[in-house]
Design a protein around this ligand. Sequence first.
Ligand code: CA
Length: 427
Amino acid sequence: MVKESIKANNPTLKSWIEISPDSDFPIQNLPFGIYSTLSKSKRVGVAIGTKILDLAVLFDLGYLDSLSFCEYCFSNQFLNRMMGHGKIEIRALRDRISELLVSSNNDLSKNEEHIKLVFDNQSDSNMHLPIQIGDYTDFYSSEQHAFNVGSMFRDPDNALLPNWKHIPVAYHGRSSSIIASGDPIYRPKGQQKLNDEENPIFGPTKLLDFELEMGFITFDGKSLGEHITTEEADNYIFGMCLFNDWSARDIQKWEYVPLGPFLAKNFASSMSCWIVTLDALEPFRTVGPTQDPKVLPYLEYKSDKHIDINLSVSIKLPNGEEKTVCNSNYKHMYWNMNQQLAHHSINGCNINCGDLLASGTISGPEKDSFGSMLEISWRGTKPVCMPDGSERKFINDGDTVIFRGAASNKNYKVGFGELISEVLPTK
Ligand code: CA
């Protein structure tokens, strides 16, 4: 597919809607989500500045008649049906929305009655889980994160396991406990084994942690037995979100051998509500790390497939004070999405519309860019000082964890909004 055809990415475009220069949602972004208001049921919306464009009403009014979508693509509680149209038609939809919002176009901008019908304020709207997630896979693709964890739990001289630079390592997670930004999580209970005790104990986790990740959502893939190449992978990726792979470190430590994460992870994972299309992120492609040793041919890729997205994590206290504990970047990934998707399907595993593939914790090379409290506090040995004088080794009840992310250039920024999750006591 030719990327020059993405008209909506033109950096000179300006909208007739007033948009602050620091907004996550300029006309070059146009992310998709599911929202409702007091008077409107769940539907597909597109974020623009502080507003949401209601695609269900826009369709009803005939503004999308030149495209092949139907009413139920937009009057829907999930994006999946719309996504079923695939990359090219979603690109045409985003281009059409851009055309309607650009200052040189009068189709919508001069119709006061329609403007009232098709826009809602984000501040008056509720955002919902945007995707009916089919399968969920979580990778482990940041070298610094794998190195940090390997150093802490095994041996700094042999921190990476022998397969790590040959295989984008992953596990299959649980999709039905993935929740949206704004949904709280409850501190999970489980078995823990203390170092100086012979037998495990049971109770609420004492080591609740976030993992700073990004996820990508797939279009319909290929059938069982076929695979997607690294070059084809872009055509199967709808868009990206911020993703928090909540982890209970004490439960994880006791249960993970020999089959990996289970109850330490599946109690909840949180995703941001706006899905930024891969198309909108194309201008932010960047070179990835040199992969040494050389990867097998099916994992090789040609053009730049990494993306420069600044990410941060803050902990907000019940008194409203907030502390940023991590500044990282998605470009730090060792394995990119194309390699992850190619590896996921190389054995003939199918990929379906609405699958979610998450990156794994994204840790940068600096100490303030580590993507989990496990690493930031180095297993609890280096507590973080909070604005109220308290310390954090892991996450407390009443803390709110906030992820933010945006790709920026000299012209505009493409943001993801916030991923906000409050931690509540065990139920
Ligand atoms: Ca993870």
